[in-house]
Design a protein around this ligand. Structure first.
Ligand code: SAM
Length: 242
């Protein structure tokens, strides 16, 4: 890790001495917990990742910039109701979408994350904020499944919508096509594959890139931007940077 990154993480997660509570300063030197494990098959490594995130109070940042308002509008306009969220970890996005009236299933490798997510009970105001304060129009449902998204026996679908946030981009290039295809097979013939990719290497010299865009292009997918009617299968790609 670069000295800059170590300094930044120490600043964020180190705790200064607090005489009021008689707390000693916490000086951390090992930030390996902050980075996603390399494995995409070992549930224990991902359990540990989420456990460490929660114990470092980093859970409050997970949904920090999430706003599904436009997504909710587009799904409602097109009558799409049945959602599969893959690799959501401890995000409260699935719960917020279920709160707004959708039937949501979550598939994640980490049993710990699935247990935490199923047990938390955030205030309604928090959930409403995640869906852009859209109205709650129906009674939705929420189901958590711990399993490997590459195993097609989990959550076979079909689903109207699949939501991937920063998960499929973790797959190595040679294993990505099979992971993408296994996920895409769960989508209905008229359905939306919504994928949010984080481009951490973005610089102002080049536009940000979506790591999965070339796969969708090669496979001849239509791209959709949330407006108009959805008539077939389409991919809606979003990118964050920084
Ligand atoms: C980088 S995190 C993304 C979490 C969340 N979507 C977000 O954007 O904050 C990747 C998630 O994928 C899950 N994951 C890793 N490998 C997986 C697999 N083979 N099948 C299903 N989920 C997997 C991990 O447990 C973790 O929750």
């Amino acid at each position: 890790m670069s000295p800059f990154m170590t300094k930044l993480l120490s600043w964020v997660f180190g705790r200064p001495e607090n005489p009021e509570y008689n707390e000693p300063a916490r000086v951390e030197k090992d930030f390996s917990w902050f980075f996603p494990p390399k494995t995409l098959t070992d549930p224990l490594s991902w359990d540990r990742y989420w456990y460490e995130h929660i114990s470092h109070h980093y859970d409050c940042y997970v949904d920090m910039v999430l706003n599904d308002g436009e997504l909710v509008d587009a799904l409602r306009q097109n009558g799409l109701r049945k959602i599969l969220c893959i690799g959501s970890g401890i995000s409260q996005e699935p719960r917020a979408l279920a709160w707004a009236g959708f039937d949501v299933t979550v598939l994640d490798l980490s049993p710990f994350a699935m247990r935490v997510s199923s047990e938390v009970d955030p205030p309604e105001s928090y959930l409403a904020q995640l869906v852009g304060n859209r109205e709650r129009t129906a009674e939705g449902s929420l189901k958590f499944v711990a399993g490997d998204l590459c195993d097609s026996s989990y959550c076979p679908g079909p689903y109207d919508v699949i939501i991937d946030r920063r998960t499929l981009q973790l797959w190595p290039a040679d294993e990505l096509p099979i992971a993408m295809q296994t996920v895409a097979n769960r989508l209905a013939p008229r359905g939306l594959f919504y994928s949010h990719c984080h481009d951490g290497s973005f610089s102002f010299q080049q536009p940000p890139t979506h790591a999965l865009e070339s796969w969708f292009k090669q496979e001849g997918w239509e791209f959709w931007f949330g407006e108009g009617s959805l008539t077939n299968r389409a991919a809606w790609l979003t990118i964050s940077t920084g």
